[in-house]
Write a protein that binds this ligand. Sequence first.
Ligand code: FMN
Length: 204
Amino acid sequence: MEVQLVKMQTTSNIESQVLDSIKRRRSLRAYSYMPVEEEKIQSLFEAARWAPSSMNEQPWTYLYATRGQQLFSEILECLNESNLLWAQHAPLLVVSLARKKLLRNGLPNGSARYDLGAANAFLSLQATELGLNVHQMGGYNKDKLVELLGIPTEEYELGVVMAIGYPGDPETLPENLKQRELAPRSRHTVSSFTMNRSFKNGNE
Ligand SMILES: Cc1cc2nc3c(=O)[nH]c(=O)nc-3n(C[C@H](O)[C@H](O)[C@H](O)COP(=O)(O)O)c2cc1C
């Protein structure tokens, strides 16, 4: 496995057939000014609702804000400079949180962040189906977000912030971001992260 890690190659090609929305999903940075319709916002959260979760605890929580709301400006204020540059043009911002404790007994939920990631992935694919782009961001000031939004950190762990909207014109982006927007996506090859053997049995 270590040898393969060193030799890791990337590819932009689809190696096997996958859902069309998986092929089409991208983390774009250029947004159209068009707002996201309320029923589509609800559809995104409906998709998250149906994600699998440990013990069906559904530990995800979303705070969302549309352009013009005070909450929208507060979330924007917390983004890193490099994200703010493009994310300020998205019409919808979503803060994703994971509930730390199990509803059934108040004990810590070791799967909360994992389950939140699954819900965010469902949300992102639903967005693709609706013609929307979701761009997840870990690059934001967590202390500031906690303070501005009054997030009770004894109850919630912070996930990503998402910028969501209809894709816009890449020409509106600064040159370096435009290049990234138009570049093909690259991925490690499937064979570099899968093994049909255990770690014990060498190259059997
Ligand atoms: C947990 C997480 C944090 C991320 N943080 C950022 C970020 O702060 N800024 C950014 O531009 N992209 C961010 N991304 C997007 C990734 O860079 C992107 O998903 C990756 O490059 C693959 O590109 P693709 O989503 O278009 O396939 C983040 C994605 C995830 C899942």
